[in-house]
Ligand binder design. Structure first.
Ligand code: ADP
Length: 493
């Protein structure tokens, strides 16, 4: 039997302990399928104040450490628990000075990012190494994520050049790179000689933790194959790191995030009024009637296609091309439902449209988790006209609920949604390529036209519902990347 591979996943957040964004979902969901596949997977995150120690059974491991932070020595402790309902260990780095605060990255009082985030995550990165020492458990592979743990591969490789440890670095959010002034080098304990122009520790006269991560890792990945290519192209996609990413192109991969089928499954979902599956979609029709009633649209209009969106109202999500054609969309026999909050300009525009077209458009300007489930169940189509989309989850949730996605061909949307061909019974959605209102309108109209053929539409729904977007397939890919990182480090291959 092959020896069990030991992997330590380090991140700034992991669900259900601490969550701000998609990183928490990956750090929280990936360990289970890895464990099921025989990986000795463990996770380490900071112990933020808001993490409920009692609820999760988090206990002190008897390990204290002193971390040099420039001229200062800062104390920390190691605590541990298990992921709920599992045997998977999760470790926590405690430090009152850096993590004993109400927010994770942002001060809830001011809404601003904590000004010492650089320092906080230097501490965390150094403490990870101390924690491993104290545990006497050396992983074969470190899986670092996003800028907060970008320094980990560098710190270990510089301190222990002969360590036979592989490093995978995953990019979830390129928009936050951790760019700090050179003073941070003193705190990291790295001499300025490693920050010469174009070096891993230099990025336009600053230190960029994400660049450090990309440069020192053996393998790099992001959350979809298409996005992995796109971020090497232009500044718009690469946020300034496109050149660095191009330089590691032969070891840069994309792995789609999975969806949690215990939460997003129309057969068992407790948030929806009627459960259903691909063999019997009658429950979906009843969900549609209930949803129309709930949001104030005509509940007898069951044969009129309902197009839905659940989204942050941000430029990234395509609202700048959608709004100018919104009234054209509404000229057809359709209904439109939006759930979202964000940019005030978009909130106001949708509220105005809802007043003007009360029988055709409803806008719920709010963040409502359970309603998101009822929309996935009750809608016919789901629109995602994103300008860019690293992975995207809603298109996968939609397909699981037999709601056909209409998407722009970008990032994870391009990897998961394939153009439908109703004659040949292939494809699972409607796709447009050019980032324009005209192209968007064309795709919506193709979907509305296709909806008229009930039989073909049901087959299309069946194809959507038979897709497997659960974590298993993604976990297999992560294991491949771990093996690759390890082989590169140990044998240079
Ligand atoms: P992103 O992470 O860029 O916002 P994704 O499609 O990957 O986009 O994930 C968005 C997640 O947030 C989905 O689970 C979606 O249902 C949820 N969501 C977004 N806006 C809302 C909202 N207003 N109410 C409820 N859930 C929302």
């Amino acid at each position: 039997m092959r020896e069990q591979m030991k992997v330590l996943l380090v991140a700034a957040e992991a669900y259900p302990f601490a969550k701000v964004g998609g990183l928490a979902d990956v750090a929280g969901s990936l360990p289970k399928p890895l464990y099921d596949r025989g990986v000795d997977i463990r996770v380490m995150i900071p112990l933020y104040d808001k993490i409920d120690r009692e609820k999760f059974g988090i206990e002190y491991c008897g390990v204290d450490f002193d971390i040099e932070m420039g001229d200062e020595v800062v104390k920390g402790q190691l605590l541990a628990a298990k992921f709920p309902d599992s045997e998977i260990p999760i470790y926590f780095i405690e430090c009152k000075k850096y993590f004993g605060r109400p927010g994770i990255y942002t001060d809830p009082e001011t809404g601003e990012a904590y000004p010492d985030d650089g320092e906080r995550f230097v501490f965390f990165s150094k403490a990870i190494i101390e924690g491993i020492h104290a545990l006497g458990w050396t992983p074969d592979v470190f899986h670092a994520n996003d800028y907060q743990t970008g320094l980990v591969p560098a710190l270990i490789k510089i301190k222990y050049p002969d360590a036979q440890i592989g490093f995978l670095y995953s990019i979830h959010n390129l928009a936050y790179q951790g760019r700090f002034e050179f003073e941070i080098l003193d705190i990291i304990g790295i001499g300025k000689e490693l920050a010469y122009p174009m070096a891993p520790f230099e990025f336009f006269n600053k230190v960029n933790f994400m660049k450090v991560g990309i440069s020192f890792a053996d393998i790099v990945n992001t959350v979809s194959p298409t996005y992995a290519k796109e971020i090497q192209t232009t500044e718009e996609y690469g946020y300034g790191l496109e050149g660095v990413l191009r330089s590691v192109s032969d070891r840069l991969f994309g792995v789609i995030n999975g969806i949690d089928s215990s939460v997003w499954n129309p057969e068992s979902d407790k948030n929806i009024p009627y459960n259903y599956n691909a063999d019997d979609l009658s429950g979906k029709r009843m969900c549609k009637a209930a949803l129309l009633k709930e949001v104030g649209l005509p509940s007898d209009a069951l044969d009129i296609p309902l197009i839905a969106m659940i989204s942050r109202l941000a430029d990234q999500k395509g609202f700048d091309i959608l709004l100018p054609v919104m009234e054209d969309i509404l000229k057809d026999k359709v209904m439109f439902l939006l759930l979202g909050t964000g940019n005030k300009k978009y909130e106001a525009a949708f509220e105005k449209l809802a007043l003007k077209y009360p029988k055709k458009l409803a806008a719920v300007i709010d963040f409502k988790g359970p309603l998101a489930h009822r929309i996935e169940a009750g809608a016919d189509m789901f629109l995602m006209p994103s300008r860019y989309e690293p992975c995207g989850l809603n298109q996968m949730y939609s397909m699981a609920y037999g709601t056909v996605p209409v998407v722009r061909k970008t990032g994870g949307l391009a990897d998961t949604v394939k153009p439908a061909n109703l004659e040949k019974d292939t494809g699972n959605g409607f796709v447009f390529e050019e980032y324009s209102g005209k192209a968007l309108l064309g795709a919506v109209r193709r979907a509305v036209e296709a909806f008229k053929d009930g039989r073909a539409w049901r087959k299309l729904q069946g194809r959507c519902m038979s897709e497997d977007f659960t974590w298993g397939a993604s976990a297999d890919k992560y294991i491949e990347l771990y093996r690759q990182a390890l082989a590169l480090r140990r044998y240079g291959i």
